[in-house]
Structure formats: C-alpha cells, structure tokens
Design a protein around this ligand. Structure first.
Ligand code: FES
Ligand code: FE2
Length: 349
C-alpha cells in the first residue's frame, strides 16, 4: 500500500513501541499493532505480557475480557489463556488440547518504552533495539519523561515522512517551534545499518517563539538540531541552543539541551500509534511547561497526517508526488523500510 509496493504494509521483523512502560499495568490494555489486535498487561510479578487480542473461539476481544491472576478469561464463554498464550481452561469441556492457544509476542522494556516484535520470534534480538546512549540515557544530568500516547487516523508512513523531513517545522509549526532557519539550513545525512541520521547546524537564528522570554537572553542563537531514525519506527531527536561564540561575554553558553523521542507504530491499516517523550537537562517545571506548550505541535503533525490520509482515501488513487531535494531523508526511510519488507518476502498482490 502507498507509499510502498502493492501488498506491502510494514516490516514485521523489527522492534516497535507498543506502549510507554507506565501504560502497561495490572489491567488489560487493547492496542492495534500492525493491524493485529494486541492485549497488554503485567503479571503479578510485574512482567509485561503481549498476546493476540482476539479470542480464537468466536473472536471476542481479549482486551475487553477479565484479568484473573496472571491469566485472561474471555468474557464471552470463559476460555482462559496464560501469559505464555496457552489455553489453560475451557469451562464447557474437561480436555484442553495443546493446540488451543493465542500468539505471544516478544516484548522488552527499554528506556521509557515497551517494545514489541511482531514478526518471527526467533529473530527478536535485543541488540536491534534503538541505542539510547547518544540521547544521554546514562548521563546523570539527563532526565526523561513520557509525554503523549495517541492513535492518529493516518497510515504510519505519513508520520514517518513528517519526521524525516523537518523543513515542515518552519511552516506547519510556524507559530510554535518553527523558525525560518529550519528550512534553509543545509542538512547533513548519514546512513548506517539500522539508523538514518540527520543534522542541521544553524548559526545566528532567531530564538524559537515558544522559548522567547524564558531566558535572560533573547538575541540570536546557534542551534544544532537533528534526528536519528532507528528502523523501523523510532525517531530520537536532539536540539541544543547556545549563545553564539562571538557574543562578547557569554559566547558558547548553553541555553537548552533537549531530546525528543517520537515512536511510530503501525496501528490499523490507515492509522498509527504515536508515542512522544522528552529528555534533556530539564527541571520538573521545565518538563511541565514543555509538555503543555508542545501539545499544539503534536496536534499540528497529527492534523497533517489525518488530512493527507483523508485526501488519499477520498481520491481513491495515488497521484505522483513532486519530489524535492529535502525529501532525501523520507525517500531513504521509505527505501529502507521497503527493503526490510522485501527481505521478509512480502510480495505484491
Ligand atoms: S469468544 Fe472467547 S470464549 Fe468464546
Ligand atoms: Fe512536526
């Protein structure tokens, strides 16, 4: 499906964010992941579990059933499944065949997130999880917080495309976080085995609208902004703002040091799960203020994603796209995701 080859939807062999760790509790959480219903919960010992969210009997959603101890009892006719996915009880018969079970997904808690592997469990290698060290995860000065978790009514690649082309900051977010330098500053890109990196160095640019008045300095700043896309769905961004070196007394002084994390996980065919979190050298007050002033930004990206999805589904066909130089990142991202799907043998239907 657009923008991939016909019959190709999303790579399955990769770690995707299923939830923020704190969302998974001692109650059942339903979530669509790669167009499969998934039910998430924690065992009494606190271990996260992800199972197929559809009862194999008459397809009742297990996420709307009951958690009893570590087992899910389907609300419809009471079949019970353990955290390994095996059926443990069928109230209407004494014998429970070994073949009665639901799929269990590999999951790993890593950073703020619970990652899920939708593909072949044999290939679920934790070494393929996004590297959080370049984001300062082990730096005692850095702190991290989950901000927003939402389902956006647009196919996931529209949101990945958005994150892979930050020239939209100056326009879609023109009244919030965008400044003209975002679109004009040349982008440096590096393509590695599991990650695509982008950096923009901006010199002497105006301070962002949302940051004005927050410091005892409102002059032009030097800004380093970048984004690392860990395939298939985790974008780790950095944004640092300093007083320009040529300032007579405060040259090079750091004003902000932020990390942003956007995780994009295919939900239904035409929607995606979007998880946004932040980190950096930030106080509680700064986290609270930032969470509040970034909600309109998240909503602007969600709006663009929804509008494009509505445009495409109403047209009923996929017109050619005008390709710009600034689309290099999005094109690379699409090409790499398509290559993962090709390697998995997803073929045009
Ligand atoms: S639908 Fe789940 S037990 Fe019947
Ligand atoms: Fe955006």
């Amino acid at each position: 499906m657009y923008p991939f080859k016909d019959g190709c939807y999303a790579p399955r062999n990769g770690w995707y964010v299923a939830a923020f760790n704190h969302e998974v509790k001692r109650e059942l959480l339903s979530r669509w992941i790669l167009n499969e219903p998934v039910v998430l919960y924690r065992t009494e010992a606190g271990e996260p579990v992800a199972l197929d969210g559809r009862c194999p009997h008459r397809h009742f959603p297990l996420g709307k059933s009951c958690l009893i101890g570590d087992e899910i009892q389907c609300l419809y006719h009471g079949i019970t499944f353990g955290p390994d996915g095996k059926c443990t009880r069928v109230p209407s018969q004494t014998h429970v065949p070994q073949t009665y079970k639901v799929k269990k997904y590999p999951v790993v808690e890593h950073g703020l997130w619970l990652f899920i592997w939708p593909g072949d469990p044999e290939l679920a290698d934790p070494a393929l999880l996004p590297d959080l060290e370049p984001s300062g995860w082990s730096d005692p000065e850095f702190r991290f917080q989950p901000f927003y978790s939402l389902e956006v009514e647009g196919r996931y690649q529209l949101l990945n495309d958005n994150l892979l082309d930050l020239t939209h900051l100056a326009f879609l977010h023109g009244t919030s976080i965008g400044v003209a330098g975002n679109a004009e500053a040349p982008e440096e890109r590096v393509e590695l085995a599991h990650v695509l990196k982008s950096r923009r160095n901006m010199r002497n640019v105006p301070i962002m609208a949302t940051q004005r008045g927050r410091f005892d300095y409102d002059g032009p700043v030097d800004r380093l902004a970048g984004m690392d896309f860990y395939l298939p769905g985790f974008h780790a961004g950095l944004d640092e703002m300093r007083i320009p070196e040529d300032h007579p007394t405060r040259g090079g002084e750091r004003l902000t040091c932020h990390r942003v994390f956007h995780a994009v996980t295919p939900a239904r065919l035409n929607s995606c799960n979007y998880f946004f979190g932040m980190g950096g050298i930030m106080s509680d007050e700064e986290f609270d203020a930032t969470r509040e002033h970034l909600w309109p930004v998240i909503e602007e990206d969600a709006m663009a994603t929804r509008e494009i999805e509505a445009m495409l589904s109403t047209l009923g066909y996929y017109p050619d796209e005008l390709m710009l130089k600034s689309d290099t990142g999005a094109v690379q991202g699409r090409r790499r995701l398509q290559a993962m799907m090709d390697a998995e043998g997803q073929v045009a239907r």
